[in-house]
Design a protein around this ligand. Structure first.
Ligand code: UDP
Length: 249
């Protein structure tokens, strides 16, 4: 299947639905392939603006998925409207449902100690036959401990690896260790484990449908989030118009 692409800041977002993502995951695993999956929202583009290493990683990945209202708005501005909001939080239940049915094994790497275990417990209540074959927190010494963690992941025989260090750290870690990791699907998922472990509450569905989940996150964690949203959203839009103008020249 050939998907459309949305070019934002010279990063190509694949224009697919959440169902398409699941179909692609199944295809990659059954063909014994290996792919990286990254989500990008407005904040990610703001980070990539001053972090060229991160930007290059996004530019080199095939599966870059557009997440959030900022990207949806931007996709309209560049006249290739995004067809779905493919965010990790909505996608995870679909991945679990698929993995349970297809007997695919999952490894959870990231977040503070015990969060991934708590998330596993919660997921098993909903998907009792889901095989979560390993967990590890995300606060370790990259230089000294990464190889040990890679071995643990490979020993688990997981096909799907979810990495939750937040952007851009998870993308950088995946990019570095991807060749050594056997998992077919290596996905960066941001703060997802905090939601599914019950550590942080997610916005109610009506807010998500209106595209204002960011307001909920801002109210929950104002100190950390004001920079991301109050400053970040206008900066993102300003840079988008400037990038578009320069691109057309
Ligand atoms: N985190 C981690 N290791 C680190 C720093 C952060 O595992 O060295 C985790 C942190 O505990 C949180 C997630 O990464 O669960 C980052 O969440 P955030 O909401 O910032 O990510 P976003 O979704 O915005 O990318």
């Amino acid at each position: 299947m050939v998907y459309g692409k949305i070019d934002l800041f010279d990063v190509k977002i694949l224009n697919l639905t959440k169902e398409d993502v699941i179909n692609e995951i199944e295809k990659i695993i059954s063909n014994k392939g290996k792919e990286k999956f990254y989500f990008v929202n407005a904040d990610c583009f703001n980070k990539a603006y001053s972090d060229l290493e991160y930007k290059k990683i996004l530019q080199s990945a095939k599966f870059v998925l557009g997440d959030g209202s900022g990207v949806r708005y931007a996709s309209k501005i560049v006249k290739t409207p995004i067809i779905d909001n493919v965010n990790g939080t909505d996608l995870l239940p679909m991945i679990c449902d698929y993995a349970q049915k297809a007997k695919r094994k999952i490894f959870l790497l990231g977040a503070k100690p015990n969060i991934a275990e708590k998330m596993k417990e919660n997921l098993l209540k909903i998907y009792p036959n889901l095989e979560i074959v390993g967990t590890h927190h995300g606060y370790f010494d990259w230089e000294k401990q990464s190889n040990e963690i890679v071995n643990k992941i490979n020993d688990s025989d997981a096909e799907i690896l979810l990495v939750a260090f937040g952007a851009p750290f998870q993308e950088k870690w995946i990019n570095e260790y991807y060749p050594k990791i056997n998992c077919n699907i290596q996905m960066g998922v941001g703060g997802l484990f905090d939601f599914f472990s019950g550590t942080i509450k997610r916005a109610p569905k009506w807010m998500r449908l209106l595209g204002i989940e960011w307001i909920f996150r801002l109210v929950q964690e104002p100190k950390r989030m004001w920079r991301r949203y109050i400053l970040g959203n206008p900066i993102f839009i300003y840079r988008l118009y400037r990038w578009k103008r320069e691109k057309i020249k």
